[in-house]
Design a protein around this ligand. Structure first.
Ligand code: ZN
Length: 317
């Protein structure tokens, strides 16, 4: 039976997290402060498990290793993508991620490009996105002197916006923001500044100043996105970004929407509303908080209902 792969995934406790992953998405939280749901992941720090069909109980990394036909025999040692939902009750650390070359050399894993779809943001929310240093010396000096207000670019955000964060971008998600993040499958984060916060055991989290100064893009570059929208009936398909790492879309379904496969495989997350997915004459109920993969063997599918999905495809598709 050629079915989509519905996934159950791992929640991650974080000092900046909250309860919204339960109150908004209905996940059962193991702790008071839960920051991340690794919704579609084959990363060793939290691997998703298939919930249905002939691959029920299989882990995504295992499918990538042993059933590469599900992914059109795409190349690569590791499943390249990772989808997360983040609930930032408080600021995340100010951080920067390396590119593939630096990360493979120093950390033995992929670098990290990421992008954010703002699911919700309380009024007055902001992100840190870029910096004002003109040279690496100036960046180092401002970091060592703790001149954060002079260094960091803060911008206000609101629901429905999209931000691309290439490697080398200093960034932080601010308080009161709920985000769907699409990223390379990597967990390498260099912390520049953590607001001098302590964890439950009174410890400061580790900073990575040298690596941060090494990998930050100087001068800062703000990505310009070429967003395209296509109206199909009452539905709207938006392409936010096409990068060497992932292509990301919003499918705003109103009524019925038909698709033909255009990538080797497709990752999808329902972030709003409810409806149905039809694959090979079988109908699957979709509701907010559901995440699935359409493997290579799914050539056509239809969506029905009133819902919003954030979708990603691997590069080269
Ligand atoms: Zn990040």
């Amino acid at each position: 039976m050629k079915e989509p792969l519905f996934l159950d995934s791992i929640l991650q406790e974080k000092i900046w997290g909250g309860q919204k992953l339960h109150t908004i998405f209905g996940y059962e939280l193991p702790a008071e402060k839960v920051g991340e749901y690794w919704a579609i992941s084959a990363h060793p720090h939290g691997v998703s498990t298939v919930r249905n069909g002939e691959f029920k109980g299989h882990k995504l990394d295992e499918l990538w290793n042993n059933h590469r036909e599900l992914f059109d025999n795409a190349p690569g040692k590791v499943f390249p993508l990772l989808t997360k939902i983040l609930d930032a009750e408080d600021y995340l650390s100010v951080q920067v991620h390396p590119d593939d070359e630096y990360a493979l050399k120093h950390e033995g894993e992929l670098g990290k490009a990421e992008c954010w779809y703002i699911i919700d943001a309380q009024s007055g929310s902001e992100i840190i996105y870029g910096h004002y240093a003109k040279s690496r010396e100036e960046l180092a000096q401002m970091i060592h002197e703790g001149r954060w207000d002079d260094l960091l670019t803060r911008i206000p955000v609101k629901k429905g916006e999209f931000y691309y964060v290439p490697p080398g971008t200093i960034h932080a998600i601010g308080e009161g923001i709920l985000i769907l993040e699409t990223q390379q499958s990597s967990d390498t984060t260099y912390r520049v500044y953590d607001f001098d916060r302590k964890d439950d055991s009174g410890q400061l989290r580790k900073l990575h100043i040298k690596q941060s100064i090494d990998v930050t893009t100087i001068p800062g570059v703000t990505p310009v996105l070429d967003v395209t929208k296509e109206k199909v009936g009452d539905s709207i398909i938006t392409n936010f970004v096409k990068t060497p790492f992932f292509n990301v879309y919003e499918w705003k379904v109103a009524g019925e929407l038909s698709f033909e496969k255009q990538a080797s495989y497709t990752l999808a997350s329902v972030i709003e509303g409810r409806g149905k997915l039809l694959v090979n004459q079988i109908s699957y109920t979709l509701r907010k908080g559901e995440h699935f993969i359409l493997p290579a063997y799914v050539e056509k599918w239809k969506l029905f209902g009133e819902m919003t999905l954030i979708v990603s495809e691997p590069p080269g598709s």
